[in-house]
Design a protein around this ligand. Structure first.
Ligand SMILES: [Zn+2]
Length: 90
């Protein structure tokens, strides 16, 4: 199932986010994911909740899943994007 297909068929998750707040939902999901990974000594591999979207800018990479800058999310803080651009010019 693609991510787009999963979005269409997930009313329960949407209702949960509306009820408890989407930021809380994401933070709790990261917390529980971390707990799960701790059991397998893989703690740290979980996704984390980042800054508000308004504080980010598109990474500009063509394949986010292979990008060391955005780590697959496709978004960077303005400061990180500035650093990326500086290193590109060198
Ligand atoms: Zn990227």
């Amino acid at each position: 199932m693609s991510f787009d297909e999963a979005l269409k068929d997930n009313e329960l998750l949407k209702q949960l986010g509306e009820r408890m707040g989407f930021g809380s939902l994401m933070t709790m999901a990261a917390h529980f994911w971390r707990q799960k990974l701790r059991l397998t000594a893989s703690e740290g591999a979980e996704y984390t909740v980042g800054p508000a979207a308004v504080l980010t800018t598109p990474c500009g990479c063509s394949r986010p899943e292979h990008c060391d800058w955005c780590c697959g999310c496709g978004w960077l803080t303005l400061r990180v994007k500035s650093e990326k651009n500086k290193r590109r010019k060198k």
